[in-house]
Design a protein around this ligand. Structure first.
Ligand code: NAI
Ligand code: PYR
Length: 303
């Protein structure tokens, strides 16, 4: 079946990693790169086409207007954190870029799913919902899926089991107020909190280390790209194939009045349903704190 995925900011570190992951997973028949830096974008297309050739995928660059007609538009355009900056520090720069990118793609095909990756991803998802005119379920952010993958990797090492056996979520903001929902986490169907290794673990230190993983990578190499590339390709696959995977994604949650990550059912029309897990009073307070931080960020950019 023919389908197309556009990547705005496809010339950058994240955009090109997303493109590569889409190609090697054979998620789309066509991957379309859009970038202000046309020379870099064309070079990425040339480089990626050597891989695309082996995986039956067509890759090309195009103007933004064409991207608005694709099945999924992944937004990776924008400034990245410099060492020492947090994600919220990017709001001013990336809100302007997002506004111009959305205007240049309009009108969207009515079924298009807009997937935000640029940071601060929760705030930008909220803004994109307002500006795009698309149904809210079709405008989503990668959210804490990447943080949850990082957490599961660490827990799998601790318990010496496959990562796929761990069901544990980082929820809230993809940023400094995120938290781990320990009370609902399990390995197989055994609650994690019933295991002596987890009871003995310094869970706060582990959650802190997961939260700070991006900072450590940015300090050393300037940006993160491969984790988010793989996570984004998997989100796109769930959408294209209507897989109805449950993922912690940034989406509008009525109860909190903001886009924030909670587990959500992901299918052809984007986020179809929120599956909020039971939370302890402390976890609920942390989720509310994340929502409040995000509302502050949205208010700061006058939205
Ligand atoms: N949500 C997540 O988990 C993650 C988000 N990010 C975010 O992704 C964003 C991109 O990061 P990098 O790729 O490392 O930056 P980069 O600087 O390598 O790439 C950004 C690209 O956006 C392009 N661009 C800027 N304005 C544009 C416009 N108006 N239209 C089209 N293209 C435009 C630039 O020319 C550049 O090629 C950052 O905001 C970063 O924080 C990065 C990693 C993980
Ligand atoms: C940069 C970023 O948001 C991440 O790697 O988590």
């Amino acid at each position: 079946m023919k389908n197309s995925i556009a990547i705005i900011g496809g010339g950058g570190s994240v955009g090109s990693a997303v493109a590569y992951a889409l190609i090697v997973r054979r998620v789309a028949s066509e991957v379309v790169l859009v970038d202000l830096d046309q020379a870099r974008c064309d070079a990425q297309v040339l480089d990626l086409s050597d891989a695309a050739h082996l995986f039956d995928t067509h890759v090309r660059s195009a103007p933004a207007k064409e991207a608005g007609q694709c099945d999924i538009v992944v937004v990776c355009a924008g400034a990245k954190q410099r060492p020492g900056e947090n994600r919220i520090d990017l709001i001013g720069r990336n809100k302007e870029i997002l506004g111009s990118v959305i205007e240049s793609m309009k009108p969207f095909k009515k079924e298009t799913v807009l997937l935000l990756v640029s940071n601060p991803v929760d705030v930008l998802t909220h803004i994109a919902q307002k500006l795009s005119g698309l149904p809210v379920g079709q405008v989503i952010g990668s959210g804490t899926f990447l943080d949850s993958v990082r957490l599961r990797g660490e827990l799998a090492k601790t318990l010496n089991v496959a990562e796929t056996a761990i069901h544990a979520y980082v929820l809230g903001e993809h940023g400094d107020s995120q938290f781990v929902a320990w009370s609902s986490a399990s390995v197989g169907c055994t609650p994690l909190m019933s295991l002596p290794q987890i009871k003995a673990l310094n869970r706060d230190a582990l959650a802190e280390s997961v939260k700070n993983k991006a900072y450590r990578i940015i300090e050393a190499k300037g940006f993160t790209q491969f984790g988010i590339g793989a996570v984004t390709a998997q989100i796109c696959e769930s959408i294209i194939l209507d897989l109805r995977h449950v993922r912690p994604l940034s989406h509008y949650v009525e109860e909190y009045g903001v886009c924030v990550s909670l587990p959500a059912v992901l299918g052809h029309k984007g986020v179809q349903e929120t599956l909020k897990p039971p939370l302890t009073a402390d976890e609920e307070a942390q989720l509310r704190r994340s929502a409040a931080e995000l509302k502050k960020g949205i208010a700061a950019c006058g939205m």
